[in-house]
Design a protein around this ligand. Structure first.
Ligand SMILES: Cc1cc2nc3c(=O)[nH]c(=O)nc-3n(C[C@H](O)[C@H](O)[C@H](O)COP(=O)(O)O)c2cc1C
Length: 342
């Protein structure tokens, strides 16, 4: 199995719903929502990719680091890499029915587990999405992160209980889904909610709670105040609001404000191990990858997902050798070309 073959099969199965472009940068699919693109002009998805591409790495070779340690402890679960699979739902509505939702999600969760990573599962207006995640996580010893919609307390907590019973060690909630129309249309409010409301909810959940969809220093500080264990710096892959900055642009200020007080995850436009290194150097503890993982699942199933994650891990190790970093703790902004130098 190689990536070319995975992409060839995925391209066939998507039938145009995703073009499987040589670079997944949000241009060909701009505005395709429902679909796989970014909302409106597609500028927020494009900003994710382009802001990360603009960042350059220092190349260093006078040292003796040969086998960087990239193991990452995810709230007590040892991962072989600081790379997780983002929640991506909706084969029928967003991905041209390229696969049934069950085998797709199963490939994401089991493939990630096999590679020593972890995948997020989803929630949506149709209870099928959350139920599927629960069923698959139960089959995988809770090895995954259920991502709940930011529902009102009385709807959120029963889902959180079910997730806890599956043996998961953390849950997430995509607080940036607050404005998503299809939940409102289905009569299922999804916030936004105040810090006070989140504090109350989080205090009743037994496992760490990650707030996904933080793009400002203010919200990052509020997430700490709410008692969240982690944030995902994310604009939902550019799918909720047009004209946001790229996540790589807002990450350094957020890390300066809250690093060490809360775990910082980031997603958006990450396409290689070198991109992972850039995000870590900008202040993230670990990253999530979205669209390329869905493409790998469609083109190669569980093996495709494991293959791509293993490739990211290999690329990250290589990039860390060239950045003179022997471990994740050694990655810092020193890996990045300073802006003053141009
Ligand atoms: C088709 C599609 C479906 C998505 N579904 C969800 C979802 O159900 N929940 C969620 O929190 N994020 C969802 N996302 C956002 C991703 O989790 C992630 O934030 C984003 O895709 C990261 O950017 P990338 O695709 O450029 O790597 C979705 C994204 C796409 C493209």
């Amino acid at each position: 199995m190689d990536l070319k073959e995975i992409h060839r099969i995925a391209r066939e199965k998507f039938k145009g719903a995703c073009r499987v472009c040589p670079v997944c940068n949000g241009r060909a699919c701009a505005g395709e929502m429902p679909g796989i693109g970014g909302i409106g002009t597609g500028s927020s998805f494009i900003a994710n990719y382009e802001s990360l591409a603009r960042i350059k790495l220092n190349l260093r070779t006078l040292h003796e680091i040969r086998e960087p340690d990239i193991q990452y402890d995810f709230f007590g679960r040892p991962l072989k890499m600081p790379v997780l699979v983002a929640p991506l739902a909706g084969m029928a509505i967003n991905m041209g029915n390229a696969m049934e939702e069950q085998p797709y999600l199963s490939a994401m969760v089991a493939g990630a587990k096999e590679a020593g990573s972890m995948a997020c599962t989803c929630d949506g207006p149709n209870p099928m999405f959350f139920d599927l995640g629960m069923e698959i996580l139960r089959q995988n010893e809770g090895w995954g992160v259920p991502t709940l919609k930011p529902r009102p307390e009385e709807a959120f907590l029963p889902l959180a209980r079910r997730a806890e019973e599956c043996g998961v060690n953390a849950i997430a909630t995509d607080i940036d889904a607050a404005g998503i129309i299809h939940l409102k249309k289905a009569g299922q409010p999804a916030g936004p909610w105040s810090v006070r409301a989140w504090k109350k909810v989080i205090s009743q959940v037994k496992v760490p709670v990650i707030l996904k969809g933080v793009m400002t220093v203010q919200d990052a500080r509020l997430a700490v105040e709410a008692g969240a264990a982690g944030i995902v710096v994310s604009n939902h892959g550019g799918r909720v609001l047009d004209h946001t900055p790229g996540t790589a642009e807002v990450l350094p200020a957020i890390a300066a404000a809250v690093k060490g007080k809360i775990k910082i995850f980031v997603d958006g436009g990450i396409r290689s191990g070198a991109d992972v290194l850039k995000m870590l150097a900008l202040g993230a503890d670990a990253v999530l990858v979205g669209r390329p993982m869905a493409i790998a699942a469609v083109g190669g199933g569980k093996e495709g997902v494991a293959f791509l994650l293993t490739q990211y891990a290999d690329q990250l190790r290589t990039a860390m050798i060239y950045a003179a970093c022997g471990s994740l703790a050694e990655v810092s902004s020193a890996a990045l070309q300073s802006r003053e130098m141009g």
